[in-house]
Design a protein around this ligand. Structure first.
Ligand code: C2O
Ligand code: CU
Length: 478
């Protein structure tokens, strides 16, 4: 897959970065935890050692001065209160990705709220009724603002979480840095928009290049993964760590091993909760490799067993399954089926589409407006919020989605959690709830949900340049 075009001549080599990052290897690999109570999230420019020595710090946009922003954590059922203060040079907002909340708190400028201008603030307040691993990020020029570093994790704790020795969050991101470790300013360039989007040259875990993650023999770790990258899909091989997957996008799934190669695929926006029982011996190293793009496989980090005394000798017998959230079960027999077709992109077969109220050739839409993608034949511009669908509150729906493109798309629906009920017509082996589902090129995926949350909700590809390039729509529930 073609990537990094144009920057390859002065791209920073990851191997170099890895060596450079080694000095920081013993710093704890954890986002800063916010104090409980009402949160203040100040979006402002900051400097962060993304590439590590000898590279200069990178100018980023960050919440409270750190990338990722503070880890927000509440108990299930508690109310989360956060005031966004905008000190960046553009308008912004915060979207609470995956949280089922009232529409007015969803953080989509011009749809659910006014954009928060520079110097302005906005109070977000909602009950966190679902436990799980979620995240927050702007929903205004997301392809630029998330890339600049505005994102953080939000954990809603179960009433009785599984017993673990450590609860760890890894927010994965990748950055396209120049040789001076600046964020490359070519946001939404035409190549990225129409292909796989902005794949970066520097991968970070919790905002820095990770070298090692230290564990102890016998430890049981809950590992929460969040993919905050604009476009990079991760295909993480955990090898002999043999984790169990216990949650998808925050929601319980019957604990299951990952199968061949212990590989976990995570598209942008998606999350996974894993349980890892560390059964290796002191000094052992296990390399976690990301080989989603096979020709660009690289080492994410090494899990290293320290020589401290074992935490325990045997794998604990305590249960690892999560209690399910109270999600409304869609009635598949009565559900209305709605066909959704995603089209466009390079090597697409969509000849024309509707844009700004007119049917035009895709070529022209792309060359003149840099828009490259369509949902049901419509290319949606930033301020076009006419609903594509109007759903009846309380009814069950199946969105029969078809990816009629040559590219992957992680498709995200706001305000609801859906079940993935079929992939290319085949029912998955176990119930999987998600808010973002990764569609393979040409794949068909059926998702089902109860439209129980009134309001206008975004439905879009979470590859953020695809979203900006037209792959979005509004679903109204009334
Ligand atoms: Cu995480 Cu509409 O986005
Ligand atoms: Cu996409």
């Amino acid at each position: 897959m073609a990537r990094d075009r144009g920057l390859s001549s002065h791209r920073i080599s990851r191997r170099h970065l890895l060596r450079a990052g080694a000095a920081a290897a013993l710093a704890p690999l954890a986002p800063r935890v916010a104090a409980a109570g009402a949160h203040r999230l100040v979006a402002a420019t900051a400097r962060a050692a993304i590439a590590g020595s000898p590279y200069p710090e990178t100018e980023v946009w960050a919440y409270n001065g750190t990338v990722p922003g503070p880890l927000l954590r509440v108990k299930r059922g508690a109310t989360l209160t956060a005031t966004l203060e905008n000190q960046v040079t553009d308008a912004t907002s915060i979207h609470w990705h995956g949280i089922r909340l009232p529409n007015a708190m969803d953080g989509v400028p011009h749809l659910t709220q006014k954009p928060v201008g520079r110097g302005e603030s906005f109070l977000y307040e909602f009950a966190a009724n679902d436990s799980g691993t979620f995240w927050y990020h702007p929903h205004w020029k997301s392809h630029e603002q998330v890339e600049r570093g505005l994102y953080g994790a939000l954990i809603v704790d179960e009433d009785a979480p599984p017993e673990v020795d450590r609860d760890v969050v890894w927010i994965l991101d990748d950055w396209r840095l120049t040789a001076e470790a600046r964020i490359a300013g070519d946001f939404a360039n035409m190549f990225d928009v129409s292909h796989a989007d902005r794949i970066g040259n520097t991968v970070t875990v919790n905002g820095r290049i990770a070298e090692e993650f230290r564990v102890r023999h016998g430890e049981r770790i809950r590992l929460r993964l969040v993919n905050a990258a604009n476009a990079r899909i991760f295909g993480l091989r955990f090898d002999v760590l043999s984790p169990w997957l216990i949650a998808t996008d925050g929601h319980a799934t019957v604990p299951n091993p990952m199968g061949a190669g212990n590989r976990l695929v995570l598209g942008p926006g998606m999350r996974a909760d894993l349980i890892v029982d560390c059964v290796g011996i002191a000094g052992e190293r296990v390399t976690i490799t990301d080989d989603f793009y096979p020709r660009q496989a690289y080492r994410l980090l090494d899990v290293v067993y320290g020589d401290e005394p074992a935490v325990r000798e045997k794998v604990p017998r305590t249960p690892i399954a999560l209690a399910p959230n109270a999600l409304p079960e869609p009635d598949l027999a009565k559900a209305e089926r709605i066909a959704i077709k995603f089209g466009g992109g390079m090597m697409g077969r969509l000849a024309e589409a509707e844009f700004q109220g007119q049917t035009r050739p895709m070529r022209e839409i792309f060359m003149r407006h840099r828009m490259a993608w369509a949902i049901n034949g419509k290319v949606v511009g930033e301020h076009d919020h006419a609903p594509m669908l109007t759903l009846k509150r309380g009814r069950s729906y199946v969105l029969a989605m078809e990816n009629d493109t040559s590219w992957h798309h992680p498709i995200h629906l706001h305000g609801h959690t859906f079940q993935v009920v079929a992939r290319d017509g085949v029912r998955p082996p176990r119930t999987v709830w998600r808010d973002t589902v990764l569609m393979n090129p040409r794949e068909r995926v059926d998702i089902a949900f109860v439209a129980d949350n009134p309001g206008d909700w975004m439905f879009h590809c979470h590859i953020l340049e695809h979203q900006a390039g037209g792959m979005m729509a509004v679903v109204r529930v009334e």
